[in-house]
Design a protein around this ligand. Structure first.
Ligand SMILES: Cc1cc2nc3c(=O)[nH]c(=O)nc-3n(C[C@H](O)[C@H](O)[C@H](O)COP(=O)(O)O)c2cc1C
Length: 203
């Protein structure tokens, strides 16, 4: 079992964060989720799932989506005293999905305004895997410079784009391709998409 911190920001693509958490839990892993305030807003808008205004409401509604499993923990985005805020918390990796370019900018510049930024900064200093799934289009030179800098210091940048060689027919199949590439980086086995020229054992 892996312990993964999951940041969900206010970039478009709430379905990515929603399904990523679902696949982690289905695989028996522990998810520590932080939703930024914009993340809560976009989640409500895009998934027709208002999470609420106060943290207790957000936590309750988010956990309810997954059937309240013990392995799903939700942390307040403004709580710098949360257990996961410290490098002493034993975490395997952090994934920010979807990741706004505002959060990319904060991480690239060492700014910690919320717990997503703080835990990403901890992942960097502890040299733990940090995976960002940014979504924006088009990308400005500022975005590209920040992403390049982060890639150069070892951060994995997995754009929120799908491939088409696995012939996706639904939004879920498109989203699961991106999530599968993140699982590959986390070294988590999965069957989220059919690999290029993959031949199943039955064939
Ligand atoms: C519906 C909606 C969609 C958005 N989509 C994006 C997006 O795709 N990428 C992005 O970088 N920001 C997007 N934004 C803007 C971010 O939410 C905004 O920059 C916010 O400050 C990000 O804060 P956060 O990184 O703390 O969540 C969107 C905002 C809204 C309301």
């Amino acid at each position: 079992m892996k312990r993964i911190i999951v940041g969900v920001t206010g970039a478009s693509g709430a379905v990515l964060g929603e399904r990523f958490v679902r696949h982690l839990l289905n695989g028996g892993h522990e998810a520590h989720v932080i939703l930024s305030s914009s993340g809560v807003r976009v989640f409500g808008e895009e998934l027709d799932a208002p999470l609420g205004d106060s943290f207790p409401e957000i936590e309750r509604n988010f956990r309810k989506r997954y059937g309240n499993p013990k392995r799903l923990l939700v942390w307040p985005a403004d709580d710098f005293a949360a257990r996961i805020s410290s490098g002493s918390a034993k975490m395997d990796a952090m994934v920010i999905i979807p990741c706004s370019l505002s959060t990319v900018g904060a991480i690239a510049n060492g700014v910690t305004i919320n717990l997503i930024h703080r835990t990403a900064s901890v992942a960097l200093k502890e040299k733990r895997p940090l995976i960002l799934v940014p979504r924006e289009s088009p990308l400005s030179p500022v975005h590209l410079k920040n992403l390049l800098y982060l890639a150069e210091i070892g951060v994995h940048v997995v754009p929120a784009t799908t491939a088409f060689y696995h012939r996706p027919k639904t939004i879920e199949e498109m989203v699961d391709f991106t999530i599968g590439r993140v699982f590959d980086l986390l070294k988590i086995e999965h069957r989220l998409f059919k690999r290029w020229r993959e031949v199943s054992s039955a064939e």
